[in-house]
Design a protein around this ligand. Structure first.
Ligand code: NDP
Length: 296
């Protein structure tokens, strides 16, 4: 068997084109705006933020990057979040992680207005997702994973999904989203004792542990769907948490790294920002959104 490649780059580009068309008909003064808070000098974070800004501007979403020194205190950072919450021109607020060690990320993420929390990392939105409430803003990576599965017409009902990783930003929300879509979900982590046997039982595997090429061919049930979230480097070359070449021989669908989940994450952040802007406008004017496309 040779797996079909789930081409995240292509699907994300179609989503972005579609978004650009919807945003194009919104009057200029209502253009969605995303604020990105970047603290410190983390090189990877700088690249991620640059990519998000570029992608936002390309679809017509305004993007303001607030770059802060890593000596900033927690209270000063909270003050900036409150200002962004109060700014009527800003529709989405995200804080690039990781934050410096002296800042408690939960405290900062909890301060973002849930309506502007387009990363979906505020525990309020995570809670709504856990309660299967449709108004939850779902974080971008899990949402992108679900979209990849849906675009490929992969039936989720009753399927056993094994998620490797239990972080708040990937593993847990992905588990909740797949559960909400009727998968039977197992969450594995670094203390899981029988990982390869567990993964072998999965119809859908989501690898989100940050361990280069951890998931091998003999871990995968024939015909399983394998979603690789990991971003790792071996000798400077990007690779995922899945041994891609090997796993392609047994899986039915696989995401590549790069070009799989990564581009979907960015596209979903833009979609969340657009939808948040529409929802806020609707709340402000208490009438249906003017774009005619938005589902809110
Ligand atoms: P974290 O480091 O926060 O979490 C990793 C999780 O994997 C933890 O739950 C950890 O377990 C678990 N884990 C670590 N080693 C093993 C192991 N050997 N076996 C089983 N479980 C293990 O990472 P993130 O969730 O933030 O990210 C995961 C990966 O996804 C990273 O490579 C990251 O770069 C990438 N990423 C990619 C994105 C994209 O858009 N493509 C977006 C976000 C992240 P424990 O809880 O016990 O420590």
């Amino acid at each position: 068997m040779t797996a079909q490649i789930l081409d995240g780059r292509k699907i994300a580009s179609e989503i972005r084109e579609d978004l650009a068309k919807k945003i194009d008909i919104i009057p200029g003064e209502n253009m969605p705006v995303l604020a990105v808070v970047l603290v410190g000098e983390n090189d990877a974070s700088k690249v991620y933020v640059r990519n998000k800004k570029k992608a936002a501007l390309e679809v017509g979403i305004g993007c303001e990057v607030i770059e802060l020194n890593d000596t900033i205190g927690e209270n000063a950072l909270l003050e900036i979040i409150h200002e962004l919450n109060d700014n009527p021109h800003v529709n989405g607020v995200i804080v690039q992680l990781p934050l410096p060690k002296h800042i408690n990320p939960l405290k900062i993420l909890s301060a973002i207005n849930p309506e502007k929390d387009v990363d979906g990392f505020n525990p309020y939105n995570a809670g709504l997702l856990a309660c299967k409430e449709p108004e939850a803003i779902v974080s971008a990576t899990p949402k992108g994973i679900l979209k990849l599965l849906q675009v490929a017409n992969i039936d989720l009902v009753g399927k056993h999904a094994v998620i490797i990783g239990r972080s708040n930003i990937v593993g847990r929300p992905t588990a909740m989203l797949l559960l909400n879509n009727d998968c039977t979900v197992t969450i594995a982590h670094s203390k899981t004792t029988n990982l390869s046997e567990l993964v072998k039982e999965a119809d859908i595997v989501v690898a989100a542990c940050g361990c280069a090429k951890l998931v091998k061919k003999d871990w995968i049930k024939k015909g399983a769907v394998v979603i690789d979230v990991g971003i790792n480097r071996i000798d400077g070359k990007l690779c995922g948490d899945v041994d891609f070449d090997e796993v392609c021989e047994v899986a039915s669908f696989v995401t590549p790294v790069p070009g799989g989940v990564g581009p979907m994450t960015v596209a979903m952040l833009l979609e969340n920002t657009y939808e948040a802007a529409c929802r806020q406008r609707e709340h402000q004017h208490n009438h249906k959104c003017c774009c005619g496309h938005c589902k809110h």
